[in-house]
Design a protein around this ligand. Sequence first.
Ligand SMILES: Nc1ncnc2c1ncn2[C@@H]1O[C@H](COP(=O)(O)OP(=O)(O)OP(=O)(O)O)[C@@H](O)[C@H]1O
Length: 271
Amino acid sequence: MSYAIQIERLTKSYGDHTVLKSLNFNVVKGEIFALLGVNGAGKTTALECIEGLRKYDSGSIVVNGRMGIQLQSASLPAYIKPMEAVRLFAKWNKTQIDYSMLAALGIDELTKKLYTNMSTGQKRRLHLALALISDPDIVFLDEPTAGLDVEGRISLHDQIRKLKEQGKTIILASHDMAEVESLCDRIAILNDGNIVFLGTIAELTSKIGKCYTIHIKTEQGNEICDCDNIGDTMLDLLEDLKYRGIAVLDIKIDRGTLEQHFIDIARGNGE
Ligand SMILES: Nc1ncnc2c1ncn2[C@@H]1O[C@H](COP(=O)(O)OP(=O)(O)OP(=O)(O)O)[C@@H](O)[C@H]1O
């Protein structure tokens, strides 16, 4: 198997706080790989160590390919226009501008905007375009859809899938299990400096179930049910309510955060 990134025993502390405790994982060329975990789990630190932006204490990191990096938070001069930033980055990278990539990200529609007047989604698209200017083999995205509306998320997800179709490797950090489930080939869940799960979403769900919560509001109160098989459980609940002659007023289904369930299980609090 051919690896884009190989991590062995990666360890990093800030003072006496060890944030990454001897991490081992590989990212396969051409896959979309996600680092998941709660706030402070160490996702950004791990990404920044791999990107070469942060010193680490010990271990080894091998990156096989050119990197394009979208940081968690980045900023440009307030009065720069998108195409000025694109030309600047192309010059720094000594590369030709890929106008089709800019069009796919909708940057061509923003030509007159000043950076300071752009929305969060527009800024994210511009920063992704700047990360792609050098036609990287490996794209790093730190919480790429944070702060975006539904349309912005869907559009960015489409872009990320297109990057994979072009053969690029994508490594991203996210809190959002739904996002990760729809995009990623494999995930690593970080907790307290350790990888508590490494594998596919299917492997994760087969390990811990799907963890849905169904809330049904009826004229006699609320029915709440946790389940793995949403279809069968919902039918059973509705049939039971019908049999008892209770009218259903509203139904809501919560998708639990799989990574939190997994972390609970890893800590021995789950199930
Ligand atoms: N420069 C720093 N100096 C000291 N501690 C830091 C520094 N950067 C991060 N930390 C700490 O390291 C831990 C991991 O932070 P990191 O940003 O890597 O986590 P994260 O999983 O990316 O979190 P989030 O989801 O909130 O972005 C946190 O406890 C954080 O406070």
